[in-house]
Ligand binder design. Structure first.
Ligand SMILES: [Zn+2]
Length: 165
């Protein structure tokens, strides 16, 4: 029997639904309204984020500058905010030259690192076929299956957890 006590499911946390509002044109009630604002580049997220919002508002329906009213909406219970679970994955790839160590934020990212390694060495290791049209998972499976059948020295391991110093 396998020991499953070390596997703990993440605690589901449900954020309270924030009170939601609609921004509507004070003249015609249309929600097709916009405001002047600055966008600020966020280097972390690689996205433009809303910076300063100015008072000038415009209604597309009225096709002129208008005043914007806030209309409260019923709380959205259908899609509560999902908890963001910070996860880190450690990737070890053992090969003839030693062991490469990588870190990834997601399991998919970790698999992608291994797949990148497999694609790079695919021809060199004379793995049959081409990795071109294969998914990351298939690339990794075929490459390391080939290592096993040819008694190659390469293997990989993906571990969930922080990189040990
Ligand atoms: Zn309007």
């Amino acid at each position: 029997m396998s020991d499953q006590s070390t596997v703990s499911a993440p605690e589901p946390t449900i954020a309270p639904a924030p009170s939601r509002v609609a921004m509507v044109c004070a003249s015609c009630g249309s929600t097709d309204v916009m405001r002047d604002a600055w966008a600020v580049w966020n280097t972390e997220t690689q996205e433009w984020e809303l910076g300063n919002v100015f008072d000038d508002a415009r209604c597309e329906n009225c096709d002129r500058e208008v005043r914007i009213d806030e209309e409260p909406l019923p709380p959205d219970t259908a899609s509560p905010a999902l908890p963001v679970k910070p996860a880190r994955f450690t990737v070890h790839i053992s090969h003839k030259q030693g062991i490469d160590l990588y870190a990834a934020k997601t399991a998919e990212g970790a698999l992608g690192i291994v797949a990148g390694f497999a694609r790079e060495w695919w021809e060199h290791e004379q793995v049959p076929g081409s990795p071109k049209n294969l998914s990351d998972a298939d690339v990794v499976k075929q490459y390391f299956d080939h290592q096993e059948t040819t008694r190659g020295e390469e293997c990989y391991e993906i571990q969930e957890g922080e990189l040990a110093e």
